[in-house]
Design a protein around this ligand. Structure first.
Ligand SMILES: NC(=O)C1=CN([C@@H]2O[C@H](COP(=O)(O)OP(=O)(O)OC[C@H]3O[C@@H](n4cnc5c(N)ncnc54)[C@H](OP(=O)(O)O)[C@@H]3O)[C@@H](O)[C@H]2O)C=CC1
Ligand SMILES: Nc1c(N[C@@H]2O[C@H](COP(=O)(O)O)[C@@H](O)[C@H]2O)[nH]c(=O)[nH]c1=O
Length: 377
């Protein structure tokens, strides 16, 4: 399953509101920040808002800068990103600006919502029913596969942001804090109550833009079980970057590994042949840096650019076994082991038979293979 990179964008008041309850849209951003938003839009393949935002704001969601549109066209992309909305009711005003400005539009909805939306909108948008309920993963996969969307900007509102963050589907948050207070409990909030992934997000940037502050965050908590979260991709990418640091070898793979606790805390990382050990494997090196009594291991995830090994000549225990002994029960990898050194190595089988979950994210296979090009076809 491949999804676009999902960027949640919003401006909030000091007391955490997205808007007030007045009839006009509350301008939290200033001119320079709206221009930054325009730039982020121009770098996106699609922009999504919930039906509530269409009803409340009547937005156009355009790339306003002619230069940015021209640059998109010069790159062979449409002048405007695809505009996307979600609705369960299908209650969409056909006169809203959303349908009459910009480029292509798509509506993701339920089977029941699709009927009403089709009746109201005619052919002004593609209408995609996703079953009795709207499944966000199915929506993201459809955008990726059918519309070729690789970068999705989500511009709210709170109902939509809350679901994507809770389900571990947001790769990045870009929040602007505006120096004003709304103070009305009936106003919409950025994130609603409920169960989110645990732990702290990673702050990647802060930037003053006139009188507002842009804060960029990345969720860090691994997914649970077989279901990948956006942070799983981040950590697997790090494992692949570590693989590129390995001293080259003609007789062993170059692999990187990271061990991450359920709350997104990195416990250790390692790569093949690191330090003075010419045969150490990435997972072995990473696990050796963690106290075996660390209680976080039981709910941790091991990210390994290559499937953990099943058999070893140079050491008594293969990495699949070391992972199980450490108590880890979730592994995310990019690439199943080819027959180069061991016939039918099946580290995933060893792990799965012992009750561990093995998640393969094939979109990172090329990156995991890159430092091993001389060993595989
Ligand atoms: N400051 C900022 O940066 C921003 C502020 N805003 C503000 O936020 C407010 C709107 O936020 P909010 O009311 O939360 O609305 P949303 O834009 O999040 O839209 C919510 C609607 O989207 C549809 N929807 C959401 N999730 C699902 C799902 N899982 N399945 C099916 N349909 C779904 C439903 O539509 P339906 O009811 O049709 O079934 C739902 O009522 C406005 O006041 C707006 O001004 C919005 C964006 C950015
Ligand atoms: N009020 C507000 C935002 N609101 C967002 O901007 C959308 C309007 O887009 P457009 O009609 O194209 O100008 C609106 O629907 C909502 O998603 N965004 C921000 O960055 N800062 C703000 O202060």
């Amino acid at each position: 399953m491949s999804y676009p990179y999902v960027l949640l964008s919003a401006a909030v008041s000091l007391d955490g509101y997205l808007d007030d309850t007045g009839p006009e849209r509350l301008l939290l951003s200033g001119p320079a920040d709206f221009d930054r938003v325009d730039e982020v839009r121009a770098a996106s393949d699609a922009i999504l808002v919930g039906a509530g935002t269409i009803r409340a704001d009547n937005p156009r969601l355009l790339v306003n800068s002619a230069e940015r549109r021209a640059a998109r066209v010069a790159e062979g992309r449409p002048a405007y990103p695809l505009k996307v909305t979600v609705t369960a009711s299908g209650d969409l005003d056909p006169a809203a600006k959303f349908w009459h400005t910009g480029g292509e539009k798509a509506v993701y909805t339920t089977d029941a919502g699709a009927e009403r939306a089709a009746r109201l909108l005619g052919d002004s948008a593609e209408i995609v029913p996703l079953g009795p309920e709207l499944d966000w993963r199915a929506l993201l996969e459809h955008l990726y596969v059918v519309h070729g969307v690789r970068r999705l900007m989500v511009e709210g509102g709170g109902t939509v942001h809350t679901q994507l963050l809770r389900q571990g589907l947001a790769d990045e948050l870009q929040l602007v804090l505006a120096p004003l207070l709304v103070g009305d409990p009936a106003a919409p909030r950025l994130f609603g109550p409920g169960a989110y992934q645990s732990g702290r997000l990673r702050l990647t940037e802060t930037r003053r833009i006139e009188d507002v502050v842009l804060m960029r965050y990345e969720p860090t908590a691994p997914g649970a079980g077989a279901v990948p979260a956006a942070a799983d991709r981040h950590w697997l990418r790090i494992a692949c970057e570590l693989a590129a640091l390995c001293p080259p070898s003609k007789t062993a793979f170059s692999v990187g590994a990271v061990v991450v606790a359920a709350d997104g805390t990195e416990l250790a990382r390692g790569h093949s042949r690191e330090g003075d050990d010419p045969v150490v494997h990435a997972e072995e090196a990473a696990l050796a840096k963690i106290d075996p009594a660390d209680p976080r291991l039981a709910a941790a995830t091991v990210y390994s650019s290559l499937e953990p090994c099943a058999r070893r000549a140079s050491r008594p225990a293969p990495c699949a076994e070391l992972i199980l002994r450490a108590g880890v029960r979730r592994v995310v990898t990019a690439w199943r082991e080819p027959d180069t050194f061991v016939e039918a190595a099946d580290g995933s089988g060893i792990l799965a038979r012992a009750g561990a979950e093995v998640v393969v994210l094939p979109e990172y296979e090329a990156q995991a293979k890159a430092p091993n090009g001389h060993l595989v076809r």
